[in-house]
Design a protein around this ligand. Structure first.
Ligand SMILES: Nc1ncnc2c1ncn2[C@@H]1O[C@H](COP(=O)(O)OP(=O)(O)OP(=O)(O)O)[C@@H](O)[C@H]1O
Ligand SMILES: [Mg+2]
Length: 201
């Protein structure tokens, strides 16, 4: 996207990153959940947020549907609008991570190039978490009744049915949420968060 703002200069914070991490007991970062609708992004992100918060961590979920009511309420589901939606969320997640939070994002984010851009916004603190339930499993669950509507042709550009999903090639973590239940998936995530973000420096 072309940069239109001119005459800007970044300010430097007077709080060191390490100081934030020490105060929180963990590093800031982004766990970027990606997967088809119904793969479990919201379910697992919210459970992980609750569990980490109970341990005293600063964790916060950015969820697709909520963001589309506010930050991205002017966007639809065309490829260009999806790209802009993910760009905004990537930037917001990067800022949260910089503030010391562990951000858990729950967006289908179907395009590889868009996820790469989001990774760039959070640099080395970005971890892609692929929930690899296939379309058959997700359609069987259909927690919001969206697949039924999409099959009837009532939702244009529905990922997995009438719009593509580009699976991650090298995600930092992949969880087969079609084979595992919520508790098993959550245990994997919790272990992953502790191994990669706990900070006792
Ligand atoms: N291992 C698992 N992890 C997560 N959810 C699971 C798992 N096994 C079964 N489920 C069920 O699958 C459904 C996942 O729905 P959820 O709304 O979390 O999906 P989503 O990826 O956020 O979809 P959307 O992109 O439409 O928001 C829930 O009903 C949940 O109970
Ligand atoms: Mg969701």
């Amino acid at each position: 996207m072309p940069i239109k703002s001119t005459n800007i200069s970044a300010v430097e914070h007077r709080v060191e990153k390490d100081a934030r991490w020490r105060a929180n007991g963990h590093r800031g970062g982004v766990l970027w959940f990606t997967g088809l609708s119904g793969s479990g992004k919201t379910t697992l992100a919210l459970e992980l947020e609750r569990t980490l918060f109970a341990k005293g961590w600063q964790a916060y979920v950015l969820d697709g549907d909520n963001v589309r009511h506010g930050l991205s309420s002017d966007l639809g589901f065309s490829p260009a609008d999806r790209t802009e939606n993910i760009r905004r969320i990537g930037e917001v997640a990067g800022l949260f991570a910089d503030s010391g939070f562990l951000v858990l994002t729950a967006f289908i984010s179907p395009y590889r190039a868009d996820r790469k851009l989001a990774r760039g916004a959070a640099s080395d603190t970005f971890h892609e978490v692929y929930l690899e339930a296939d379309v058959e499993a997700c359609e069987k669950r259909d927690p919001k009744g969206l697949y039924v509507k999409a099959r009837r042709g009532e939702i244009p550009d529905f990922t997995g049915i009438s719009a593509p999903y580009e699976a991650p090639e090298k995600p930092e973590l992949a969880i087969d949420t079609a084979a595992l239940d919520v508790a098993q998936s959550l245990a994997i995530l919790l272990d992953y968060a502790e191994r990669n973000f706990a900070f006792d420096g």
